[in-house]
Design a protein around this ligand. Structure first.
Ligand SMILES: Cc1cc2nc3c(=O)[nH]c(=O)nc-3n(C[C@H](O)[C@H](O)[C@H](O)COP(=O)(O)O)c2cc1C
Ligand SMILES: [Fe+2]
Ligand SMILES: [Fe+2]
Length: 400
């Protein structure tokens, strides 16, 4: 895409990635894509804020050529060292060797360990300002949003917050970069949630601290390093991030995520009976077959809904492995404080329930009901399952 002007002399010069299958080598973005948003300020002094992954480098440099001569670049502002933003740094440094790289003290150390860069690096302090001429930049430390070295950069005259990973989203940009021109806001909000839970949720406390720190700062544009640039309603994405961050410890939404896995359909039959019970109570229900859905898409539902129902059989004395993997990732991502119920089929002496209880210990999920049956569920078993659905739904509705 060509450079896009956010405000006079402030340009988006990002890279739209529709090639990478797995973000961080882990999270699927084959269908959705992602953007690495970089920004260029073409003032008396010239600065680039945030960079991009080492991908489509020609396109990246052509965007800069549209606006200015790369040899005249004065500053590279590294808000965050993760290679989805810093990957292009070595090449950029070769093309503009006299630039100064600005970042936190931790960034300075990482520049050496990641790229062997020790020269032309200047550490900026929290709250420090830098005048480029007409534009003044202020650096705001926001550690652990997403890494320890991370900061944001605030442009004071146009009130643009270059927020890096915070307020970001999966989803390649579709022609326009702005929220007001976006015809599919629901897509970006859904992908912002998936990105939040996959990437940022573990750092929910630092997210809330950053939002609090910036509370008094007037912001007319939020320009994150992934996804839409928010200029019509920048408050919208802040509110969403705040809500999701608060879910880490506070009340979540009334709803149930049902996770199931089944080798031969016995546990699946029961899943349908449980779903019938839940639907009778009118509680929003999302069902995932853990074998067919990547955990990336399951985590947002687990994060936002307060109830979880797990249906999985015994496999070699343990819980069906694909289910164990999902629960393991939920623990990794600190999806805490849920109500949970479990059911599952077994063939002879079981073992899944014991394993399941061990797996939910680090999650601090409250097990409210569980039952197992042998082989194919009987009529009575299915009634029991439907009843579990009803009772569990009532519990979810009345809890917080
Ligand atoms: C590979 C494999 C391993 C199994 N291991 C056990 C086991 O260790 N203990 C047990 O009680 N049942 C075991 N079973 C039996 C299943 O739990 C039983 O067939 C159950 O009905 C499967 O439910 P599903 O149709 O929902 O997959 C195993 C079955 C398979 C195919
Ligand atoms: Fe990051
Ligand atoms: Fe990132």
């Amino acid at each position: 895409m060509p450079p896009i002007e956010l405000k006079p002399d402030v340009y988006w010069i990002g890279v739209n990635d529709r090639t990478t299958d797995l973000f961080e080598g882990l999270w699927p973005i084959t269908q959705e894509g992602v953007s690495y948003n970089a920004y260029l300020i073409n003032d008396e002094k010239k600065a680039i804020v945030d960079l991009a992954k080492a991908l489509k480098t020609d396109e990246f440099f052509e965007q800069i050529d549209h606006v200015m001569d790369i040899g005249q670049l004065d500053y590279i502002i590294v808000n965050h060292m993760e290679p989805d933003h810093s990957g292009i740094l070595s090449t950029l440094r070769r093309m503009a060797p006299h630039t100064t790289i600005l970042g936190t003290e931790k960034t300075r150390k990482m520049l050496e360990t990641f790229y062997g860069i020790t020269e032309g690096v200047q550490v900026v302090q929290d709250g420090e300002t830098l005048s480029l001429g007409q534009h003044t930049l202020k650096f705001v430390y926001t550690p652990f949003v997403h890494w320890p070295e991370t900061m944001m950069t605030y442009e004071t005259s146009a009130q643009i917050l270059f927020s890096c990973d915070a307020f970001g989203s999966y989803g390649a940009l579709r022609g326009s970069i702005f929220d007001d021109a976006c015809t599919v806001p629901a897509f970006y909000e859904q992908e912002a949630l998936r990105y939040y839970v996959n990437i940022v949720a573990v750092f929910s406390k630092p997210v809330l601290q950053a939002i609090e720190k910036l509370a008094g700062v007037p912001v007319s544009i939020i320009a994150p390093s992934h996804g839409l640039v928010w200029r019509k309603n920048p408050q919208r994405i802040v509110e969403l991030y705040q809500k999701w961050a608060e879910y880490a410890t506070g009340p979540t939404e009334v709803g149930i995520t049902m996770l199931y896995g089944s080798m031969y359909g016995n546990t699946e039959k029961m899943m349908n009976a449980v779903a019938q019970g839940i639907s009778q109570e009118g509680v929003p229900l999302t069902i995932f077959d853990v074998n067919h859905t990547h955990v990336s898409y399951i985590l947002p539902s687990l994060w936002t809904q307060r109830g979880v129902v797990v249906g999985a059989p015994t496999y070699e004395g343990s819980l069906f492995p694909p289910m164990a993997q999902v629960l393991d990732m939920a623990a990794q991502k600190r999806v805490r404080h849920k109500k949970v119920a479990r059911f599952g089929s077994y063939g002879w002496s079981g073992g899944a329930q014991r394993h399941f209880e061990r797996l939910i210990e680090p999650l601090k999920w409250e097990l409210t009901d569980s039952f197992e049956f042998t082989g194919s569920p009987s009529e009575n078993d299915l009634k029991r399952g439907e009843e579990l659905g009803v009772q569990f739904s009532r519990l979810v509705k009345s809890s917080d």
